[in-house]
Write a new protein. Structure first.
Lengths: 452, 452
């Protein structure tokens, strides 16, 4: 019997985030023809994106060209293109600009975008934070509010310009609110003559009874106390019911949060309009629409419910990873949509494909699939200068120790060496001098208005 | 006789560039009410702007908020607003957004913008380099050309995408061309699979017989030789006669440049069409239109021909500084439109107003005006990695010594300390590892096309 050696399998990875990059690197020595496609040219270190939005870091400090990250991997081609469709029957991916790519293995890891829960018109007034462009837009709007307030003559307009609303009390919302209040009350306070930026209000709105709902309740409580001590107006049990160019309508339903009612009044929902010119959306996400094209079942947020090996049911050659995938850990709880889970999934899928490729190369039967196991390394959220909360090795940590842990972990994970050094330098300067290094308002000068 | 003490004079400075900032700082201890207006929130270290355009530095490394620069100066208010007009009779400045400002002294220092010599339609195809937005746009287009070439299937299109034309052989054009060829031939060469970026062409077009026409002819010759050795196609005595989305029409008129004609053919003008998708305009400038509103005489480029004290003829309370002003040095030659001249003018005008303010404060007669004297500190232009040309203390310097001089001078002049350290770090990494730290394509993904 003559064994016909198979051609190298064609692997297409869509998305150069944590899952996609880790998957590609896990295939570095595999006998595959690998193509990684992303609509951007850069891998983004998303956990530090809020630092770009709040003017502490520059885009290039938290992002690196995908082709630079993978430059040494000769079996990998990087393409910058928009993937517009997946045909799992024909095993093809359609792109805008790079034609149709046939695959033997497909890895989808294109993440999530914002969801406004059916109120998509809010997007124009309340941008979210997923891309570098989002971060630069938020930075521009935030800094511009102070500039416009400095030259405003109407006190009501001035107050609205100095009122900032962050919708969503998850890690991103907590980080944003903490950083914004630090900037207003400390960083820029000496630089204005007509306004006192210390009068600025930062309101953090969370529909659940506590911020950081995915964390231990004691850490949520610590985060709330810390935020309030810093000057953030934290509103839990509060929903946003309208957003427009003039402000935000909040509805408070205080059940289950007696502490929010000073004096212990009756728990009736009440509405309040907050005049604001700058609202940040850190509330909902929806998975990339590509997942549904695989034919796999999806959950309410559009995530693909994958098999234990992270493949799509009935399609062992298609993997869905990271924020796009609905995956449970050993306790039956969803794997959180954070970098560690995405990286672990990327390595798992990469190793699975590499084992298949080895078997194909040797003419052997494909090996049995191994189940993905999420290793929980703990939880971390930063709040401000030397303030954070963490849950590691089964213990809660707060304050400076948690912040040092947070800073260390994030620097270690920053992909390339140069960034590590420079980010450390920036932080050193920021924290020593209470300054922020990237307070630039860029964009077309003539359109540098909040209205755009 | 009763002396009535005058109110503090109101000084309005328009423009937060080198001249405006230096003028404001020279008034730090003067008894004046100072307002500095700029349409941007940041002071820009323009001599390093090409490094942002060529992905070596980040915007925040060469720019700082104007109000941060002047934060300690209590007599100075900073306004971000567009100045739309000057009324020298009423002594008023009109703004878009900050109302009308009355002044006792007015300082105009709003610089220059690009001039396409009547071919303003070229601007869309051939962006110039004056603002951070310009630099990011050029960076985006340049990096995108390689991405599009990597996925292109038509060899002619691929070649056009890898052909870059820089129009104008002054310092900016020389610096851009040198950096672009270094990126193509060194930085990114290992990162592509379908194209060899070493095949990229960078063409530097100069209408005059030599590049760096303002420099000593020996330095021009050295720069041309260096550029050619690096791989730049230098075309002197060559004019651009058309630019559109497909490329550039060049007309060569070789008189006076026999070296350009290999083999010594007859000196007839000849035309050549260069297919290119990325053209950079580093040729002409036109002074800000505000200068003409002062009523002062203007030269061909729109610069205001100022009095020896830098004031406008007949208006001792109005000063025009920097690139907007036509000023001669002691030898009757125009002061070059570079940072040192602008800074010196700013200090001179600031000192003049401060002397007036002191006299007013004491109820004395205004002092006689002193003439501005330009101190020539020499000339510097960088070409590439460890390559530059300089003229200092009457001597020509080239190669590594000139480059070290260039790097040192620029770091010393970078306004704030943090930037100095970080820029040095970036350079260190760039020059050691042949890398560039800011190779990001940003902008709306869907519009991330060259056509936009």
């Amino acid at each position: 019997m003559v064994m016909v050696k198979a051609a190298r399998p064609r692997v297409v990875i869509v998305g150069g985030g944590f899952a996609g990059i880790q998957c590609a690197e896990a295939l570095a020595s595999a006998a595959v023809d690998l193509t990684l496609i992303d609509r951007k040219n850069h891998h983004l270190f998303q956990p530090l994106l809020y630092q770009v939005a709040t003017a502490a870091l520059s885009p290039s400090q938290i992002a690196a060209p995908i082709r630079e990250v993978l430059r040494g991997q000769r079996n990998c081609r990087v393409l910058m293109a928009d993937v517009t469709g997946v045909d799992p029957e024909q095993r093809e991916v359609r792109t805008d600009g790079a034609g149709v790519l046939a695959y033997d293995y497909l890895v989808l890891a294109t993440g999530v975008s914002h969801s406004y829960f059916g109120n998509e018109s809010w997007q124009a007034q309340a941008p979210g934070l997923k891309t570098l462009e989002d971060a630069l837009d938020i930075r521009r709007r935030f800094l511009l509010c102070f500039e416009l307030a400095e030259r405003a003559t109407d006190p009501a307009e001035r107050a609205a310009l100095l009122t900032f609303v962050v919708v969503g009390g998850g890690p991103t919302g907590v980080e944003m609110a903490g950083a914004m209040v630090e900037i207003a009350l400390q960083t820029i306070r000496d630089e204005f003559r007509s306004i006192d930026t210390g009068q600025a209000r930062v309101i953090l709105v969370e529909a659940q009874p506590r911020v950081l709902a995915g964390f231990d309740p004691a850490l949520s409580e610590s985060a709330k106390r810390t935020l309030r001590a810093m000057g953030v107006d934290v509103r839990t049990n509060t929903r946003v019911t309208a957003i427009d160019g003039t402000g935000v309508m909040l509805t408070h339903a205080p059940e289950g949060d007696p502490g929010a009612l000073a004096g212990g009044g009756a728990p009736v929902p009440s509405s309040e309009f907050i005049a604001s010119r700058h609202v940040i959306w850190a509330a909902g996400v929806a998975a990339s629409a590509l997942g549904a094209m695989t034919g796999g079942a999806t959950d309410r947020a559009g995530r693909v419910v994958v098999e234990p090996d992270l493949s799509v049911a009935g399609r062992k050659e298609v993997f869905v990873l990271g924020d796009m995938a609905s995956v449970m850990d050993r306790n039956g709880l969803p794997v959180p949509g954070m970098a560690p889970g995405a990286m672990q999934m990327g390595r798992h899928a990469g190793a699975t494909i590499a084992r298949d490729a080895r078997a194909l190369d040797r003419g052997e039967a494909l090996p049995a699939r191994r189940a993905f196991r999420y290793v929980d390394k703990g939880q971390l959220a930063t709040i401000g200068r030397a303030r954070a909360v963490a849950h590691v090795f089964g213990r809660n940590v707060t304050g400076l120790p948690a912040w040092l842990l947070w800073a260390g972990v994030h620097v270690v994970y920053l992909i390339d060496f140069r960034s590590k050094v420079l980010v450390l330098m920036e932080w050193f300067f920021s924290y020593i001098f209470f300054r922020r290094g990237a307070r630039l308002i860029t964009g077309d000068a003539r359109t540098a208005q909040l209205e755009t």
